[in-house]
Design a protein around this ligand. Sequence first.
Ligand code: ZN
Length: 381
Amino acid sequence: MPSPDPSTPARARRPEFLALLERFVACETPTHGKAAGDRMADLLAATLADDGWRVERTPRRDVGDVLCATLPGDGRDRGSLVLAHYDTVWPIGTLAAMPFRVDAASDRAYGPGTLDMKAGIAATILAARLLADAGTPAAGGVTLLITSDEETGSAHSRERIEAEARRHERVLVVEPARDDGALKVGRKGVADYHLDLHGVPAHAGNHPDDGASALVELAHLVLFLRSLDDRDAATTVHPTVARAGGAVNVITEHAHLDVDVRVLRLDEAARVDDAIRAWELRDPQVRLEVAGGLNRPPMEPTAANLALFERARALAGTWGATLEGAVVGGGSDGNFTSALGVPTLDGLGACGRGAHARDEHVRIGDTLDRVALLAALLTQP
Ligand SMILES: [Zn+2]
């Protein structure tokens, strides 16, 4: 017989959840708005402190300040790190056209940054309240790290994320679940390349043989890059942005190419990197300059990640809920922690759809069920 459904007390907190979410969404937080980010950090710090979290704030010069909040646990020395970010992809002013709203009929809450991932932060706060109400301490305590630059690659927070992960037993990432509710046990790694081709300009009519065309080399390079795809290994290589040329009668001196690379395995990242750097130009007068590389390692579906997922699935099973685990294309800060070998489970935040899209929304009831799961996971030694 299934045990009592712990999502009932979570669902009872629906008004609280929506109040938190509305306040967080009302504070717009584009990654590169330092002042706006700091206002959000003020609001979160106050909310967490009221709930009894010990809050430490780390100043950041170019983005909003980072918050690290802790709750004591049952005395074990290593607990859970919950990873979240408060920045969104939406510029200040988005709310005017895309206000926060709750649609009771569909049980959804809409607005910029609801799903990705202010609802994940609200869910974590609620999960801690559920544990406090039940008088059940988290195993080894909880550290909630809320960063401010995930959407642009976490350049200002990666070191901190990795340092915190090393001190914890496991990492629970409260990014959204997949559209269908699946948790994320693996994510592709992301590499960006920025390629510059330097040719020799010449008058296309008077001195056609004096020039060396960066644009012609770019054409060869684009097709070569596409040939590096390996679908069996789940590797994709896409040239996505190209710029070249100046005047129609001048052999092209300069061409630029941006390339998006996604890999599920580190050895695939190395294969693609080697191939790009070893590319031989047709015209020896043209020079290729390669910048960029791997900025998020893949979150491989390691045995440690899968074991953590199985634990979540078993827990949910005790109250009759089913959980799926998936490997997805997009990266998150969980990529960094998983690459360190720390068991990482991602997608534990909100259920919904439309991250980075106009119809971004959270499914309220489903998300509250996940709050119950998160609370239960935090009590697991
Ligand atoms: Zn996110």
